[in-house]
Design a protein around this ligand. Structure first.
Ligand SMILES: Nc1nc2c([nH]c(=O)n2[C@H]2C[C@H](O)[C@@H](COP(=O)(O)OP(=O)(O)OP(=O)(O)O)O2)c(=O)[nH]1
Length: 139
């Protein structure tokens, strides 16, 4: 099965990270994810990320650090999920596609019903929280 490349942003703000809940009109409806989307042909991962976050949340972000990509097969598709730690640079968050967003502290990470492909990323964040979230934010 061909793999679809999907970028996603772990947006850090005031020591927390943003999670977004997929809406009824999206596949994996109701699941929590890191906002982002599919890479277009000839598009660089970080350009895709910045485009998708502006389309989905109406804010500008800056990519700070690449995390470990995840390859995951759902019953009908295989995705390669490419995560980046990001900072929120400008704009106010609007829910243009998602049902809900929330800001998570380390202790809240596993309280959500995550899309399965995201779980290795959530583990990576939990295991390296101080290094990745505590020390990465631009102030
Ligand atoms: N954006 C995003 N998608 C994820 C994550 N985890 C995960 O399994 N997915 C899946 C859900 C979708 O099947 C696929 C991404 O599709 P999408 O619907 O968000 O992307 P898109 O905005 O480019 O899609 P489209 O509506 O333009 O077709 O990857 C995640 O953390 N972020």
């Amino acid at each position: 099965m061909k793999s679809i490349s999907v970028t996603c942003a772990i947006i850090i703000h005031q020591g927390k990270i943003l999670a977004a809940r997929r809406s009824q009109t999206m596949d994996l409806s109701g699941k929590w994810e890191f906002p982002g989307g599919k890479m277009e042909e000839d598009e660089e991962a970080e350009d895709c990320l910045i485009r998708e976050i502006l389309e989905e949340l109406g804010i500008t972000i800056i990519s700070l650090k690449a995390l470990t990509p995840v390859n995951y097969s759902y019953p009908t598709k295989t995705i390669r999920l490419i995560p980046f730690l990001c900072s929120w640079e400008s704009g106010e968050i609007s829910l243009l596609e998602h049902e809900q967003v929330c800001w998570l502290e380390k202790k809240d990470l596993f309280s959500l019903d995550w899309a399965e492909a995201d779980l290795p990323i959530v583990h990576e964040l939990q295991e390296n929280w101080v290094k990745l979230v505590g020390q990465t934010e631009r102030n």
